[in-house]
Ligand binder design. Sequence first.
Ligand SMILES: [Zn+2]
Length: 258
Amino acid sequence: MLKKILKEVVTLIAGKQAEEIVDLLDAKKHINEFVIAKKLDLTINQTRNILYKISDHGLVSYIRKKDKKKGWYTYFWKIEILKSLEFMKNNLLKKIDQLEHKIKSRETKRFYICARCNLELSEENSLLYSFTCNECGDVLALKDNTKFVREMKKTLEKLKKDLIFLEEEIKIEVERIEKIKLKERRKEEKAKIKKSPKRKTKKKSVKKKSIKRLVKKKSTKKKPVKKTVKRLKPKPKIKKKIKKPKNQKIKKKKKSKK
Ligand SMILES: [Zn+2]
């Protein structure tokens, strides 16, 4: 779903032939523009033109690195998902607004048509020509907009559903960004803790050593007990040795059957 939306955005800005670029761009990692050009089977200039167009709207960002030998810059690109989604949302809101105006106009105003010339006039213009066609002289007929309005309302419903989807995607992306920020903050805090209270960590390590010593003493006491256990162990070993030849005999019997 997200990719479909991103492709729509890129198509709106740079044309249908540019939509494939969405598959090559990443949200986390910057991608070398020469890699993008190669995969799109375009020249580096064609690729840059597409990327610059999208970049004008802030929907991709870049970092650049200088080639030490050749002295020129290579750009590395990243897609800005949240900005792309917000761009799409604004575009959708405009469409919804325009359509609502159109529906209202069709529902409240009268329009006249000439069926022969396939012309449509507003009521004011029809009045100017005394309700006759300016081209052929036929009498204009009042247009029935019910079907037209019904279709526009269907489209409006679809656009509103798209908007709900889009807002859901925006919510997901905002949460993703917040999680990343939170992680970075935690990392910084951990780094601060490690740097400042050195004395406290030293004290803790001393305590740990003393505990270890106590444990060692206890463990040495236990050792003699273990020895008695060891004496008991060889006995079952003998039993096992006796069992083994039995198994071998069985195996041999099976072989002879074959
Ligand atoms: Zn006409």
